[in-house]
Design a protein around this ligand. Structure first.
Ligand SMILES: *[C@@H]1O[C@H](CO)[C@@H](O)[C@H](O)[C@H]1NC(C)=O
Ligand SMILES: *[C@@H]1O[C@H](CO)[C@@H](O)[C@H](O)[C@H]1NC(C)=O
Ligand SMILES: *[C@@H]1O[C@H](CO)[C@@H](O)[C@H](O)[C@H]1NC(C)=O
Ligand SMILES: *[C@@H]1O[C@H](CO)[C@@H](O)[C@H](O)[C@H]1NC(C)=O
Ligand SMILES: *[C@@H]1O[C@H](CO)[C@@H](O)[C@H](O)[C@H]1NC(C)=O
Length: 423
C-alpha cells in the first residue's frame, strides 16, 4: 500500500537526521516554514498520512526522540477521513477550512507524488479538499506568525479559540466554571495578558443564551520535587525550559497547581503534553490538546487597541467540543471495512444528541439519557487540580538544586545532556 507521509516538526527533526544519518534520505523533502518575526519557532507536531482511500490526520505533542515517547506524558489525537464523493469537492466544513488555511501558511514548494488510487498528483494545500472531513468532531486551533488584522484577527491563536467557542452552547453547569492551563514552558507573562487569554478561554454561551462568564484559571506545573523524583530525575527539567525570571513572578503564585496523575499512572512521567480545558467536576466543557506553551509567542498578544494579534510561532492543536455528531464515523484508512458497510450496519446516528465530555474518573449518572453519547477523554492529571502547598516550589531550569535525584545527580549536571533545546 502506498502511503505518503507529511510530517510537521521543529528543528529537533533536523537534529534527528543530522545525528543518525549524515544525509537525509533521497525521497525526503525538507522545508522550513517562513519565520518573519524574531524568536518564533515552528512548534507544531503533526502527521498527515495519505492512503489510497483516505487521509489520517494526527496532531500530537511529542518530538521524534526516544525520551519523548518513553519517559514523558504526551498527547496524541488522530482521525481517519474518507475521500469525498468526487463530483462534489466543493462541499466543505470548518475542519477542512482550518486545515487548508493552516497548510497554506507553511508555503512549502509544490511537489508531485504518485500513489496507487491517486495516480500522479501535486501536494499543495488544496489537495486536501479531496477528503471528506464532515465527521470531524474537533476544530483545529492553530497559530501562525504575523501581525494579524481584519478578518485574519479571528483565524489564529487565542482569538481563533475565542471565535470557535463563541459559536458553541454548553451546559448551564459550566457558567463561571474554572479553567486549567497545562504546558511545559512558561513565557514572560503579565496580568494584563493573562486576562486577555482567560477572556478567550471563557467565551461561549450557556443553554440559557447568556455568556458563560470568566473562569478562574489554575496552572498545572511540576514542582522541583516532582522533577527530582521523576522517571528521568532532574534531566526531565531539560524539557521544562523555563527560567526563574519567568517562573518566580509574584502574580503567578495564585495560579500554581500540582501535576498529580496517579489515576493514570503518570505522576512520575513529566508532562510534555500541553492541554487547556474548562471543567466542572469531572465534566469538561471542552478540551484542547496542543503544541502551544503558555506564552505570547504561541497564543498571540493583542495590540493596537485589540485590532491586531501578534504571533511569533507556528502551533497546532485540536479543540474537542461536545458535538451533535458521533465522534468519528467508524471509517478507517487501514482496516478493510468500507464506510458504506459501517453506515448500513449501524443504527441511525442523527438521533444522537450532544455528546458529553468527561474525564476517566467520571462516574456516570443516568441524567445523560440514552440519546447522549458519553466521551471519556484521557485527561492525564487530576481535576480539579490541587493547589501548591507552602512547601511546593515551581520548577525553573536555571536554578541550582543540591538534593540528589533518583539517579544520585544534582542540577545542573556538569556533562552534556541532550543536543537539542526543544521544549
Ligand atoms: C461526506 O460524508 C458524509 C457522511 O459522513 C456524507 O453525508 C456526505 O455526503 C459526504 N460528502 C461528500 C462530498 O462526499
Ligand atoms: C453538493 O454539496 C452541496 C452543499 O452541501 C449540496 O447542496 C448539493 O446538493 C451537492 N450536490 C451533489 C451533486 O451531491
Ligand atoms: C515555549 O515557550 C517558551 C517561553 O516563551 C519559549 O522560550 C519556548 O521557545 C517555547 N517553546 C517553543 C519550542 O516554542
Ligand atoms: C527512561 O525510562 C526507562 C524505563 O522505562 C529507563 O530505563 C531509562 O533510563 C529512562 N531514560 C532516561 C533518559 O531517563
Ligand atoms: C478602542 O476601541 C474601542 C472599540 O473597540 C473604541 O471605542 C475606542 O475609541 C478605541 N480607543 C482608541 C484609543 O482608539
Amino acid at each position: 500500500m502506498g502511503i505518503l507521509l507529511l510530517l510537521f516538526y521543529q528543528t529537533t527533526w533536523w537534529t534527528l537526521i543530522g545525528c543518525c544519518q549524515r544525509n537525509k534520505p533521497a525521497n525526503w523533502i525538507l522545508h522550513k516554514p517562513p519565520l518573519p518575526i524574531s524568536f518564533g519557532t515552528h512548534h507544531s507536531k503533526a502527521m498527515l498520512l495519505i492512503y489510497p482511500r483516505g487521509v489520517r490526520i494526527i496532531v500530537h505533542t511529542a518530538n521524534l526522540i526516544h525520551v519523548d515517547w518513553n519517559n514523558k506524558s504526551q498527547g496524541l489525537w488522530m482521525q481517519d477521513f474518507p475521500l469525498k464523493d468526487q463530483n462534489n469537492l466543493s462541499e466543505e466544513c470548518g475542519f477542512e477550512n482550518d486545515l487548508i488555511d493552516y497548510l497554506s501558511t507553511l508555503k512549502w514548494p509544490e511537489f508531485s507524488a504518485n500513489l496507487p488510487a491517486h495516480g500522479n498528483f501535486k501536494i499543495n494545500p488544496s489537495f486536501f479538499k479531496k477528503f471528506n472531513f464532515s465527521s470531524a468532531a474537533v476544530r483545529l486551533i492553530a497559530s501562525v506568525p504575523g501581525y494579524h488584522t481584519g478578518s485574519s484577527l479571528k483565524k489564529w491563536g487565542h482569538m481563533k479559540l475565542r471565535t470557535v467557542l463563541q459559536e458553541c452552547t454548553f451546559e448551564k453547569g459550566f457558567k463561571k466554571s474554572p479553567l486549567v492551563y497545562q504546558f511545559s514552558s512558561l513565557g514572560s507573562l503579565d496580568e494584563k495578558w493573562m486576562a486577555e487569554l482567560s477572556s478567550s478561554m471563557s467565551s461561549g454561551f450557556s443553554e440559557d443564551k447568556t455568556p458563560l462568564g470568566i473562569g478562574e484559571p489554575l496552572i498545572v506545573w511540576p514542582t522541583v520535587e516532582d522533577v527530582r523524583c521523576s522517571l528521568e530525575g532532574y534531566a526531565a527539567g531539560n524539557a521544562i525550559p523555563s527560567p526563574q525570571k519567568n517562573v518566580d513572578k509574584d502574580f503567578l503564585k495564585k495560579y500554581w497547581a500540582k501535576w498529580k496523575a496517579s489515576h493514570t499512572g503518570r505522576s512520575r512521567a513529566m508532562p510534555h503534553i500541553k492541554t487547556f480545558a474548562r471543567y466542572n467536576g469531572q465534566k469538561l466543557a471542552w478540551f484542547l490538546l496542543t503544541s502551544a506553551n503558555l506564552s505570547k509567542a504561541a497564543w498571540g498578544a493583542l495590540q493596537k487597541n485589540n485590532s491586531q494579534l501578534m504571533i511569533r510561532s507556528y502551533e497546532l492543536g485540536v479543540l474537542i467540543l461536545p458535538s451533535a455528531k458521533r465522534h468519528g464515523c467508524g471509517f478507517s484508512c487501514t482496516s478493510n471495512i468500507v464506510p458504506s458497510e459501517i453506515k448500513s450496519g449501524s443504527t441511525e446516528t442523527s438521533q444522537i444528541q450532544k455528546t458529553k465530555l468527561v474525564t476517566l474518573t467520571w462516574h456516570g449518572s443516568s441524567d445523560a439519557g440514552a440519546s447522549s453519547e458519553v466521551v471519556y477523554l484521557p485527561v492525564p492529571y487530576e481535576l480539579p487540580p490541587q493547589r501548591y502547598s507552602s512547601e511546593d516550589v515551581p520548577w525553573s531550569w536555571d536554578k541550582r538544586y543540591t538534593k540528589k535525584d533518583v539517579y544520585g545527580q544534582v542540577w545542573p549536571r556538569h556533562f552534556q545532556l541532550y543536543a537539542f533545546q526543544d521544549s
